[in-house]
Design a protein around this ligand. Structure first.
Ligand SMILES: Cc1cc2nc3c(=O)[nH]c(=O)nc-3n(C[C@H](O)[C@H](O)[C@H](O)COP(=O)(O)OP(=O)(O)OC[C@H]3O[C@@H](n4cnc5c(N)ncnc54)[C@H](O)[C@@H]3O)c2cc1C
Length: 402
């Protein structure tokens, strides 16, 4: 029964996609989805030129790192979602469900090691809580801290030498470092001329070549040659924002950077990084902000705060290589053999991996990573249960409406 439902779901999804492709608009089968507010490339001539040109075969064949952009565009072309009330709503609701079912959630409690015995079997973790190391014993240990942190930092060194663990580590490569700008404005979205549409800007159509040149560039010239950025306005997406923060708006800009440019400040605490670090960081932030102002000129005069986050700040989030998406999203990663290698079960018995490294980056990637991991631990495909649950909920909603 489950498989029939799964097939029907796929069929409906395929029909939606075909309709979208043929007619360029949503079919009646897409009632629950939100379409993007505007096309991704607004200039029709540019769009035609780009389509005629196609993908640069040299790079398409070799498979260079901009696979993430392709994945991202595919993922967002039928519209994206934003949680009402902001991203903190996600842990807020998840924690309530966990606690309702007997779980305990610790925050500000770094795990210093995964406990494992001589039989290559994990049996819990050591957590820093209240200034003390506390051992939490468990029959199953799940890590979403990323494959590099889990294997290189948290497992005892003798496990890292295990050839199977090494094989695992060689399958994935560390992702690109991220640089973010968070800006606040004393104006509404209407006053600023902004909307909920996400914008990705590139200085060249040959993304791979452009990114390679940038990553190879000298530290001193890099801040003036940023070739791409992603701009979004979280406050414009959140309908509760205008009541929670009246007369205010927020913008987030993401770009990628080579963590080497920030290496000299690595292992130096934030207050001790000094003026040179601040100035260097500001150069990236100002360049990105000015670029955003080309498209949204009203931003400049209403700016109230600008905060920049470098890959070494990302270490505060415990992202080992300063990448918010953890492992690199290259074509190599998505080769069938590599996909088969990056499983939730690990060479260490009772230790499982979850999150974005076992599926793909981003929130939905991490969500699927979690589902795959739970299915592995329970030895039961939870996707089918979820699909049936979704049908049940939909029927309930329909009944309510009727
Ligand atoms: C500013 C920002 C904006 C983003 N916007 C979007 C977006 O709009 N859409 C989208 O899809 N994705 C977005 N992302 C990416 C998204 O947040 C990640 O892809 C996703 O959270 C990955 O989930 P995860 O569970 O795999 O890992 P994470 O969310 O990184 O969770 C890993 C957790 O493990 C913790 N941890 C690591 N080591 C230890 C340790 N030793 N002890 C205890 N805890 C540890 C970390 O602190 C972290 O909380 C954004 C990320 C950032 C930083």
């Amino acid at each position: 029964m489950g498989w029939i439902l799964l097939f029907l779901e796929w069929l409906v999804d395929w029909a939606r996609g075909t309709y979208w492709y043929l007619f360029g608009r949503r079919s009646g089968l897409c009632k629950g989805t939100i379409s993007p507010l505007g096309p991704l490339v607004v200039d029709q001539n540019k769009k035609d030129r780009l389509l005629r040109k196609g993908t640069h075969t040299k790079y398409a064949v070799v498979g260079h790192p901009q696979t993430m952009d392709a994945l991202f565009l595919h993922h967002s072309k039928r519209g994206v979602y934003y949680p009402k009330g902001g991203a903190s709503e996600i842990p807020y609701h998840v924690i309530q469900v966990l606690e309702k079912h007997g779980g305990r959630v610790l925050v500000n409690a770094p795990v210093s090691s995964i406990l494992a015995d001589g039989k290559q079997s994990a049996y819990g973790v050591t957590v820093k809580a209240g200034g003390k190391d506390v051992e939490v014993l468990a029959p199953v240990t799940i890590s979403n801290a990323g494959v590099f942190t889990t294997f290189k930092k948290l497992l005892p060194p003798e496990f890292q030498a295990n050839p199977e663990v090494q094989g695992y580590l060689h399958t994935l490569k560390p992702g690109k470092g991220f640089f973010q700008v968070f800006a606040g404005f004393n104006a509404t979205m209407e006053e600023l001329g902004i909307s909920s549409t996400n914008i990705r800007l590139y200085k060249s159509n040959n993304m791979d070549e452009m990114m390679e040149e940038y990553f190879d560039s000298d530290k001193d010239i890099a801040p003036d040659n940023i070739p791409m950025m992603y701009v979004s306005f979280p406050s414009a997406k959140d309908p509760t924002s205008c009541t929670r923060f009246p007369g205010q708006s927020r913008m987030v800009i993401h770009t990628m950077v080579n963590p080497k440019w920030f290496e000299q400040w690595h292992n130096v605490s934030e207050p001790e990084r000094g003026e040179e670090y601040e100035k260097y960081k500001r150069r990236f932030a100002n360049h990105l902000f000015d670029w955003a102002c080309v498209h949204f000129p009203k931003l400049k005069e209403k700016l109230a705060m600008l905060h920049a986050v470098t890959p070494i700040n990302m270490h505060g989030l415990r992202a080992t290589y300063g990448s918010m998406l953890s492992a690199e999203h290259s074509l190599e990663r998505y080769q069938p053999l590599n996909i088969a290698m990056t499983r939730c079960n690990t060479p260490v018995k009772n230790l499982y991996l979850s999150g974005q490294d076992v599926f793909s980056g981003g929130y939905s990637g991490a969500l699927h990573g979690g589902l795959l991991c739970a299915s592995t631990v329970m030895d039961h495909c939870l996707y089918i249960d979820l699909l049936l649950q979704q049908k049940k909920l939909k029927r309930k909603v329909v009944k309510k409406v009727e």
